[in-house]
Design a protein around this ligand. Structure first.
Ligand code: ADP
Ligand code: ADP
Length: 220
């Protein structure tokens, strides 16, 4: 059964830009889907609509998860510079009223999942780009989301870090099995990470092709 359904979704901004035009998309529960397409084709817009951060101009968006059950990883790490890695990952729980003591186990577990258990006390300025992105992923995972949305999360990273994080993300997903939508303009990333790739037309955005990837890239 679909966890996310977009039916005939269009989005026109006040500026007159038509970012999406009749987008149809279904993501099954536990599926990891990549949205692939060139810059400006509406991928971020589609992701924001799925997250409920924006409303479609027409069409419908439905998702089998409450707002608090959605994790969002942005292109930039968007960490609070004045807070440690622990503080940043704690933030979404803190907003729900979870105190530091109560947050300790889930926060440390999330940091451990991205291999940063030894950096809980480090500030963003002390971390590399890849580590900051790992903290962002831990922050998205700490609330145990049903749906994880990622908007070109590795775009700003060097190739080697990017490759490592792709590998780690695939491993995390295999263990946790959340429903994932991954926005990218990298053909490699989309094929490596996901079970299905939806390709958007340049503009205005709608799905022009869907590829089933039987097996994610074989490992071990
Ligand atoms: P992508 O993520 O594929 O690069 P976006 O969804 O960011 O594409 O943008 C799709 C189109 O909509 C682009 O032309 C972009 O400039 C435009 N756009 C995105 N957000 C806004 C906004 N808030 N207001 C006006 N235009 C926007
Ligand atoms: P991405 O590269 O992740 O798609 P963008 O650089 O397109 O992101 O957009 C970054 C921010 O600027 C978003 O909040 C988006 O909604 C907004 N934005 C993008 N294009 C426009 C635009 N033409 N007019 C106003 N806001 C825009």
């Amino acid at each position: 059964r679909p966890a996310i359904t977009l039916t005939g979704v269009s989005k026109r901004f006040d500026t007159g830009t038509l970012a999406l035009d009749g987008l149809n998309l279904r993501v099954a529960e536990g599926e990891f889907l990549s949205l692939l397409g060139p810059s400006g084709c509406g991928k971020s817009t589609a992701l924001r609509l799925i997250a409920g951060l924006a409303e479609p101009s027409s069409g419908t968006v439905t998702r089998e998860a409450g707002a608090s059950e959605i994790g969002f990883v942005f292109q930039e790490p968007t960490l609070m510079p004045w807070a440690t890695a622990f503080g940043n990952v704690w933030m979404p729980l803190r907003l729900k009223g979870v105190g530091r003591r109560q947050a300790r186990d889930p926060v440390m577990e999330a940091l451990e999942r991205v291999g940063l258990q030894d950096f809980a006390g480090a500030y963003p300025r002390e971390l590399s780009g890849g580590m900051k992105m790992r903290v962002s992923i831990a922050r998205a995972l700490v609330g145990r989301p049903k749906i994880l949305l990622m908007d070109e999360p590795f775009a700003a990273l060097d190739e080697i870090t990017r490759f490592r994080l792709n590998d780690e993300l695939l491993e995390l997903w295999r263990k946790a099995g959340w429903t994932g939508v991954f926005v990218t303009h990298s053909v490699f990333e989309s094929v490596f990470l996901s079970q299905r790739v939806a390709i958007l037309s340049a503009r205005p955005g709608h799905v022009v092709e869907e590829l089933e990837i039987d097996e994610p890239y074989p490992r071990d």
